[in-house]
Write a protein that binds this ligand. Structure first.
Ligand code: PLP
Length: 256
């Protein structure tokens, strides 16, 4: 099928390749499939990882990132219905991507930014040697329809303490994005997500599952982008994507 053929809901995903498929592009495609959308995976970085964690990673050259996007769109019958970004690796890649996604052909396509900074095994997935996380991701956050940090990412981006709801909401407002979904998976107690749109805050409550799984953040943001591409509102997409992640966690537990 040609990319963007009639009737297809497509989402451009720009992220890292994790060969375990636990997180990154492969996980994004799975989550998009779960909401009836097709992903167009564009690699910003390759990672070497397995059951024992991340052994290394390498960003693609900036020109290659842009070439992937341009080749995909050139001749495609329609634009993607949404865009999702995950691991971007370096500030130059994040800046070049923000500029490309603001160009006329893509500027109106809703963008979901998952600000990936670390792997769950602790490896740094955004090089902060020359730019802070906020300097690296700032232009993308401004372009985004929604940013989906967990509490640690929100703290790293804003320099604020984010433990209590009110502090997290205040920090979310400082990101300079139109809307922020603060993920509660890492907090104590029930995993409550907070959707902060200016003064409005919507809470999404869930039931905590025992244990941990990788790639839940990737999957949430990808499913959310897929639902936005299908015409859902932000709140509908956030609720629907949370269910996709819960079903994934339950299925993973049964597999173990
Ligand atoms: N994206 C990629 C390509 C990754 O390799 C990882 C983690 O290794 C992540 C995102 C973050 O996923 P998680 O926090 O579940 O480890």
């Amino acid at each position: 099928m040609r990319p963007g053929a009639k009737g297809e809901v497509t989402v451009l995903v720009v992220a890292g390749l994790d060969p375990t498929a636990g997180a990154g592009l492969a996980a994004d495609l799975e989550a998009l499939g779960a909401v009836g959308a097709r992903g167009w995976p564009v690699a910003a970085a390759l990672t070497a990882q397995g059951p024992r964690g991340v052994r290394g990673w390498s960003p693609v050259p900036v020109e290659m990132l842009l070439a992937q996007v341009d080749a995909l769109l050139d001749g495609a019958p329609r634009r993607p219905g949404a865009i999702k970004t995950g691991m971007l690796g370096t500030a130059p890649l994040a800046h070049a991507l923000a500029k490309r996604l603001s160009a006329r052909d893509l500027a109106r396509v809703p963008l979901v930014v998952d600000p990936v900074l670390l792997s769950s095994s602790g490896a740094l997935l955004l090089d902060t040697a020359v730019a802070s996380p906020l300097e690296a991701l700032g232009p993308l956050l401004e372009r985004a329809r929604l940013v989906t940090p967990n509490l640690e990412e929100l703290a790293a981006l804003t320099g604020c303490v984010t433990g209590e709801d009110e502090a997290a909401i205040e920090a979310a407002r400082r990101l300079g994005a139109r809307a922020v979904l603060v993920k509660g998976g890492h907090r104590d107690g029930a995993p409550i997500d907070l959707l902060v749109e200016g003064r409005r805050v919507t809470r999404f409550t869930g039931r905590r599952r025992p244990g941990t799984a990788r790639g839940t953040g990737c999957r949430l943001a990808a499913a959310l982008a897929g639902l936005l591409a299908r015409g859902a509102t932000l709140a509908e997409a956030a609720g629907g994507a949370k269910q996709v992640v819960e079903r994934y966690l339950d299925a993973e537990r049964r597999r173990r």
